[in-house]
Design a protein around this ligand. Structure first.
Ligand SMILES: Cc1cc2nc3c(=O)[nH]c(=O)nc-3n(C[C@H](O)[C@H](O)[C@H](O)COP(=O)(O)OP(=O)(O)OC[C@H]3O[C@@H](n4cnc5c(N)ncnc54)[C@H](O)[C@@H]3O)c2cc1C
Length: 466
């Protein structure tokens, strides 16, 4: 198929996230237009902010909780992601085991407990977001990726993570592509509809008595007054006893985060709805999600109306760490994704795409969340979930509440929580370093060799991922 044919498949795409482009998207809530007070003010209305609000009410129903959101709840990463719900709090077992070998089993246990509590909370609050423990298949395109899957299975077995290797014909019962020869079945993954999750959390917060102001950007934070933290917004000021920052990669309200995270743009397409026969032609009759095992990995899953969501591969860092909605449309990446889709599933090469979008990820040098406090424990934060925050944000919310309440818990005692990620260097070294890392990772995908640059980063415990 020609390159133009791939472009043709993109001709009628909507430049919005499929998940957000649906009639049930709620109307915006009123902005804040008067001065007010709160026991707990939360900045950011994605998963982190909304879980923090909901769990705060669960812990203490009388607490006066206010969420301030610059856009609408879920307009950012929380409404645009792949909806893969991993029990891991550490961006996967191997990352966690390499960084915190002494506490990885605790982290795994807490991650599983978080996923169970997540499911219970959905049930309690009647949040219908298509949560299903569908499991996930990781697939390998090269012998070195197959070896990596075998290593992952062995590591999983050591730490009680269930998995099963799928070879040749067995894999074709899960998905059939000329690109993939080995797979790893991981039953503990779930899938959700990301936007329905964030909208459901928003509704549950409102029902619990949380006040939410949308289109209300917090432009300033003053922690000097001893009794209250003062938050400035365009039309009103908030005086809050406690503040939780759930602002992901957006310009930080505390200077200390300037080097803690970098924005990484990740992109996805959805096809038009497919027939059962089309899905059967690629052997994908189950509900499971799929990821491939490259450094530049793809993730794919079905939607409730049988589209295939096909995302990942490029992970773009813009010079200077710009966060700009314009960067979420990248025709070059959409063209690459469309061509790779046709190569992966030749039987579906003519299928048009309905949506093409991007979103921004808050990547840290250790690929997973960090949390802490400022202003003598009156401001809490949970940030840096990198590309695996659908489940971990609920855990992050619990950590922030423990910290703001001054409670020493198993969660707050974790080394992962007590220690913060190493910072990224300032520009232009940062850009050069990230480009060198991306280039080296792409080479490794092609030749299976980890070059000197990557091995040096491994030794320093540094990296770049989405
Ligand atoms: C394309 C893509 C695919 C992904 N796929 C997956 C996946 O399959 N599985 C997975 O686990 N994770 C995935 N992720 C990551 C996951 O979506 C995030 O980790 C998670 O949504 C982070 O939630 P959050 O609430 O911290 O951030 P966000 O959803 O970004 O919310 C932060 C909110 O804060 C608001 N805000 C920021 N500053 C201010 C301010 N000053 N005043 C008021 N409001 C402010 C923003 O407007 C925003 O709404 C993906 C991310 C992307 C972009």
């Amino acid at each position: 198929m020609t390159r133009d044919a791939h472009r043709a498949a993109l001709r009628t795409t909507s430049p919005t996230a499929f998940w957000l482009d649906r009639p049930e998207r709620p109307a915006a809530l009123p902005r804040l237009t008067a001065d007010t007070t709160a026991d707990l003010a939360i900045v950011g209305g994605g998963y982190t902010g909304l879980w923090t609000a909901l769990l705060a009410k669960q812990r203490e129903p009388g607490r006066d909780v206010l969420v301030l959101e610059a856009g609408t709840c879920g307009h950012a990463a929380s409404g645009r992601n792949g909806g893969f719900l991993s029990p891991s709090l550490t961006h996967g077992l191997s990352n966690g085991a390499a960084r915190w070998p002494g506490e990885i089993d605790t982290l795994q246990r807490l991650g599983n407990a978080n996923l169970d509590a997540f499911e219970r909370d959905l049930d309690t609050h009647g949040i219908d977001c298509g949560f299903a423990r569908t499991g996930k298949v990781s697939v390998a395109a090269t012998p070195w990726q197959a070896a990596a899957l075998r290593e992952a299975a062995a590591l999983g077995a050591e730490h009680g993570e269930k998995s099963r290797l799928l070879d040749g014909a067995e894999l074709r019962d899960w998905v059939d592509s000329p690109m993939w020869g080995t797979g790893l079945w991981q039953p503990d993954y779930a899938l959700v509809d990301p936007a329905r999750l964030v909208w459901g959390l928003r509704d549950a917060c409102l029902a619990a008595g949380v006040r939410i102001a949308e289109h209300t950007e917090v432009t300033g934070l003053d922690s000097k007054p001893a009794d209250r933290i003062r938050l400035t917004t365009p039309y009103g000021e908030v005086a809050a006893r406690r503040v939780a920052l759930a602002t992901n990669i957006y310009p930080p309200l505390l200077k200390r985060f300037r080097l803690s995270m970098v924005p990484v743009y990740d992109y996805a397409l959805t096809t038009v709805p497919l027939t059962d026969d089309q899905l059967a032609s690629i052997g994908w009759t189950g509900a499971h999600g799929i990821t491939d095992a490259g450094n530049q990995f793809h993730y794919l899953r079905k939607t409730a109306d049988n589209r295939i969501l096909w995302g990942g591969y490029d992970a773009i860092y813009p010079f200077g760490g710009r966060v700009d909605e314009a960067l979420t449309q990248r025709p070059e990446t959409f063209g690459t994704l469309a061509a790779q889709f046709a190569e992966t599933f030749p039987a579906l090469a003519d299928v048009p795409f309905s949506h093409a979008w991007g979103g921004v990820i808050d990547s840290t040098t250790r690929f997973c969340m960090f949390a802490g406090t400022a202003a003598a424990g009156r401001i809490g934060y949970a940030l840096g979930f990198t590309g695996l925050g659908v489940g971990a944000t609920r855990f992050g919310a619990d950590v922030v509440l423990d910290l703001l309440e001054g409670r020493a818990t198993e969660r707050t005692g974790l080394e992962m929580i007590r220690r913060k990620p190493l910072p990224f260097p300032p520009e232009p070294v940062r850009y050069a370093g990230i480009q060198a890392t991306r280039w080296s990772m792409a080479r490794e995908d092609l030749n299976g060799k980890r070059n000197l640059w990557l091995r040096t980063l491994d030794r320093l415990g540094l990296g770049f991922d989405s």
